[in-house]
Design a protein around this ligand. Structure first.
Ligand code: SF4
Length: 231
């Protein structure tokens, strides 16, 4: 089929574009809140080149690109509405640079009259399909993803920001939704403790426990390290 032939060309180009991307040389704040300690440790092992990186499929790369595109759009829409961002998004770093993260933004002013949120505050964004977007609105971010929840608490802790404005964009309908989350030091400390556990276990040559003894468990079914973990 014509469509399949064109898509093969597109996928090949995406593979080529990223074939020589070096893996991150640090454990990212965007993963440290993951519920499975071993998964977080595998990310760290990739960053120190002890196991190979699992290259994302071209379709997954396109989903990442959609996320970046929607984030840029949402940030512009907020700026147009009067929210003022620091020009350079902050980087956080801990454990001698073995742990790092790059925030989506920090809002420090509002030019549109009465500001609806307390400032300054962290701003984070996720572009999601309709199903995930609705689930976050219904269940809240904490219940939807410990990874996303841990990420914002880690950022708020390092930047000493008391609140986070969390914007989600529905990639299907382009509806926007915003929630304001307050900093919870217990959550941030739990993420930091997990990073410490991962680094210590790795230094001692130990592998942290799996989150489940069933490879069909939903987190394992989606895990990029599933093969490595259950080999
Ligand atoms: S496959 Fe499951 S237990 Fe193994 S690292 Fe991934 S989430 Fe953790």
């Amino acid at each position: 089929m014509l469509s399949d032939r064109i898509n093969v060309l597109i996928d090949d180009a995406i593979y080529l574009e990223h074939a020589w991307d070096p893996p991150r040389d640090y454990l990212g704040a965007s993963i440290a809140g993951h519920a499975c300690d071993r998964c977080v440790q595998y990310h760290h092992l990739v960053s120190i080149k002890q196991i190979p990186e699992v290259m994302p499929e071209p379709r997954t790369r396109r989903i990442f690109e959609r996320g970046h595109f929607l984030e840029a759009c949402a940030k512009k829409w907020l700026a147009d509405a009067g929210f003022v961002f620091y020009p350079t998004p902050a980087e956080v770093s801990d454990f001698d640079g073995k742990f790092k993260g790059h925030v989506d933004g920090v809002i420090f002013d509002f030019k549109g009259g009465n500001c609806p949120i307390p400032l300054p505050c962290l701003w984070e964004h996720k572009g999601l399909g309709a199903k995930g977007w609705k689930a976050i609105i219904k269940d809240g971010l904490k219940n939807y993803s410990s990874t996303y929840w841990g990420q914002i608490h880690s950022y708020m802790q390092h930047l000493e920001l008391p609140n986070c404005l969390y914007t989600i964009t529905n990639g299907d309908s382009l509806e926007l939704h915003h929630d304001l989350y307050s900093f919870d030091p217990t959550e941030a400390d739990a993420v930091r403790a997990k990073v410490s556990r991962v680094l210590t276990a790795t230094d001692m040559g130990e592998l942290l426990p799996r989150i489940s003894q069933d490879p069909a468990f939903y987190l394992c079914a989606w895990c990029q390290f599933r093969k490595e973990c259950w080999k």
